[in-house]
Write a protein that binds this ligand. Structure first.
Ligand SMILES: NC(=O)c1ccc[n+]([C@@H]2O[C@H](COP(=O)([O-])OP(=O)(O)OC[C@H]3O[C@@H](n4cnc5c(N)ncnc54)[C@H](O)[C@@H]3O)[C@@H](O)[C@H]2O)c1
Length: 248
């Protein structure tokens, strides 16, 4: 099932690969034009979006750099128009024991996983306010609730994603802008397959009610719903999409 996002413009951070690419593809199938920011070449994402007959803008942008984010936002407005949807998807998730974690590594992770949410929201909320409507979705993670070692920097950042979602929802509700978060479990993609996390796919699947490994396609329907008109009265929420490990 696809939803009617025709005429909407969606901005996705970290859209060149992984979950961000799957998000770009799905929102394009729903009818939205797509802009995405990444440090990597986004040719494949562009191909997927254009194959759906939608416009796409790929910006080479380090999401931790305020000047690059401001430049990207101006280019999106010129190329596609004012954004309706912002998906703060970008994130890194290196495993590192606390004893070995340097302050530089900690700062870099928080800059990508948390500061970028602030910078992109700052850049795109004014246009949403002018339109009197908008949708922001932030990526969190079920690691916030699980006993996983060597992840203190990452878990801290994903707790911040939930706090940011709640705080911003309070401020933007009066303007018709909803702010929600999605918390996946371990998702199989190129990054996780190439990391130490690959050894945890089967363990995670065995903990789930639905006993198979999660893939990016399992997340796109939730995003599509949260940015649709059907979700106009849902805000400040974190939706867990994990095959049934964490149950609220
Ligand atoms: N994969 C998982 O198991 C999993 C589980 C829970 C939550 N998440 C969250 O989902 C989101 C996406 O994860 P993913 O698995 O698709 O990651 P990924 O590594 O596959 O993709 C991340 C993208 O972000 C880009 N990126 C990294 N640093 C950047 C920077 N400074 N500026 C611009 N772009 C940058 C990368 O080039 C890449 O294209 C992240 O927030 C992650 O924490 C992932």
């Amino acid at each position: 099932m696809t939803r009617n996002l025709k005429g909407k413009i969606a901005v996705i951070t970290g859209g060149a690969s992984g979950i961000g690419q799957a998000f770009a593809h799905r929102l394009a199938q729903d009818g939205a034009d797509i802009a995405f920011a990444d440090v990597k070449d986004g040719a494949e994402t562009c191909r997927l979006v254009e194959a759906e007959g939608r416009r796409v803008y790929a910006g080479l942008c380090d999401v931790t750099k305020p000047d690059e984010v401001a430049c990207f936002a101006a280019e999106v407005e010129t190329a596609l128009g004012a954004a309706d949807i912002l998906v703060n998807n970008v994130g890194i998730f290196p495993l590192r024991p606390f004893d070995e974690l340097s302050f530089e590594e900690w700062r870099q992770l928080q800059a990508i996983n948390v500061d970028s949410f602030f910078l992109f929201s700052k850049a795109f909320v004014p246009a949403m306010k002018k339109k009197g409507q908008g949708r922001i979705v932030n990526m969190s993670s079920t690691t916030f609730w699980l006993n996983i070692e060597h992840y203190v920097a990452y878990i801290t950042s994903k707790a911040a994603a939930i706090g940011f979602t709640r705080g911003l929802a309070n401020e933007l509700g009066p303007f018709g802008i909803t702010v929600n978060a999605i918390a996946p479990s371990l998702v199989k993609n190129a990054t996780t397959e190439a990391s130490a996390l690959a050894g945890m796919f089967d363990v995670m699947a065995s903990m789930q009610a639905i006993k198979r490994v999660q893939v990016p396609a399992d997340l796109v329907g939730t995003l599509s719903f949260l940015v649709s008109d059907d979700a106009a009265f849902i805000t400040g929420q974190t939706i867990v999409v994990d095959g049934g490990v964490i149950k609220h």
